[in-house]
Design a protein around this ligand. Structure first.
Ligand SMILES: Cc1ncc(COP(=O)(O)O)c(C=O)c1O
Length: 415
């Protein structure tokens, strides 16, 4: 059995009930759609049911024991998230529904205040729709412009081009993803933040694909905002994270109004709660935030350096094996160190949806389509790609089964 040196995949797989599942035809599930969402270990599932079975209660308000326990558990996860990304304090962590909502929060509460007609927001051609559409909406609303940093071969940006673009005195915000969900390209966000800050331009990082897979330190990066989702890192769906520097959050108006985000409400006026509650109106997703805490514990036990090392090994192996296939086009960086565990490709002229359907018959869950990155698809001059993406429970044996299935597809299509 082929094994990674840093992570015991077989042992990890035992923690994931879904990976024991057999699909139609008796196939073992080979889950290679981790960039979309990841599977959940038993520890996460158990922590959610433990909350509902033993201390289900609303948080922050009541003084009874259940409320105290639920409040403590929920706030403990905020502290864990702060530690995970090395935020200065837990007050800088806002829970939202997903990374998309976190980016929209910044667009609505920060950008709307700071942008006027002559201003612009800068993003890249590599972005997920979540880091494009909110900026289109807010720039459209105020009459500002949305500018793009072109990407080169393999999805890299030209840092010279970036330093030229941040020189624009009307530029008000840069928002970029740290790791592409299509190409896997890792962007030099620390360097970019430094260059942006030299021109007093704040930096937002879409870390939906990076925080789950590598050590990310917001103080080291010095970014002003960061967004990511729990469900892409073994946690439940329905929990997003927005990090922002305290002084920025202090001056930002609230996102939505309602209970818990207030200090006092009178007939005509309201004073708002302290951070982070000012941005969390109404009953939050208590159970899933608690489940996210168990996911963070699980990942910390594995260690982010080990996770990254394992993913680099499996990606390198997959790239090597996939390159053996005649007629394959692989997108993104050739050097594993410069990419995450995401591989987009096309096989001859087989449509990605057809390929995904064939692979499904082998028990392989793989993604096909535009991956919510139509601007990037236009840049690559393709309408769709196939995409495999790995995580801690994927093995080189699974890569071998993927290659066999791709070979079968080639034969079926007479390639
Ligand atoms: C780079 C990137 N940004 C943002 C998102 C949006 O995440 P969510 O759907 O959890 O809001 C995704 C999801 O695939 C992503 O890959």
């Amino acid at each position: 059995m082929l094994q990674s040196t840093t992570i015991d995949v077989e042992k990890i797989r035992e923690d994931f009930p879904i990976l024991q599942r057999r699909l139609k035809g008796g196939h073992k599930l080979i889950y290679l759609d981790n960039a979309a969402t990841t599977q959940k270990p038993r520890a996460v599932i158990d922590s959610i049911s433990n909350y509902y079975m033993n201390y289900n209660s609303n948080i922050h308000r009541a003084v009874h024991q259940l409320a105290e326990e639920a409040t403590f558990a929920y706030e403990e996860v905020r502290r864990k998230v702060a530690k995970l990304i090395n935020a200065k304090s837990a007050d800088e962590i806002i829970f939202t529904r997903n990374a998309t909502e976190s980016i929209n929060l910044v667009a609505k509460c920060w950008a709307r205040q700071h942008l006027s007609k002559r201003n612009s927001v800068l993003i890249t051609e590599i972005e997920h729709h979540s880091n494009i559409v909110p900026w289109q909406l807010v720039t459209g609303e105020v009459g500002a412009s949305l500018d793009y940093l072109n990407i080169g071969e393999e999805g890299r940006i030209d840092i010279e081009d970036f330093s030229q673009k941040v020189n624009d005195p009307d530029l008000k915000l840069v928002s970029i993803s740290q790791m592409s969900n299509v190409l896997g390209t890792i962007l030099p966000v620390k360097k970019m933040t430094k260059l942006a800050h030299e021109k007093n331009v704040p930096m937002m990082i879409d870390a939906a694909q990076s925080v789950p897979h590598m050590k990310v330190d917001v103080q080291d990066l010095d970014c002003d905002f960061m967004a990511f989702s729990a469900h892409k890192m073994l946690g439940p769906t329905g929990v997003g994270i927005l990090y922002a520097k305290r002084e920025i959050l202090e001056e930002m108006p609230p996102f939505i109004g309602g209970g818990d985000m207030i200090k006092e409400v009178h007939k005509q006026t309201t004073s708002f709660n302290d951070l982070p509650y000012k941005f969390e109106a109404g009953t939050p997703n208590i159970a899933d935030v608690i489940g996210f805490g168990a996911a963070i514990d699980y990942l910390n036990t594995l260690g982010f350096e080990n996770i990254r090392e394992h993913e680099m090994q499996i990606t390198e192996y997959a790239l090597e094996r996939m390159n053996e296939l005649q007629g394959i086009t692989i997108y993104g960086p050739k050097v594993t160190k410069e990419r995450g565990a995401v591989i987009s490709f096309n096989l001859g002229d087989i449509h990605p949806h057809d390929l995904a359907t064939i692979l499904n018959d082998f028990g392989i869950a793989m993604r096909s389509g535009h991956h919510c990155a139509q601007v990037l698809m236009e840049r690559l001059d393709v309408s769709a790609t196939s995409r495999v993406s790995f995580y801690v429970y994927n093995s080189k044996d699974e890569v071998n089964i993927l290659i066999d299935a791709l070979q079968s597809a080639r034969r079926l299509f007479g390639l």
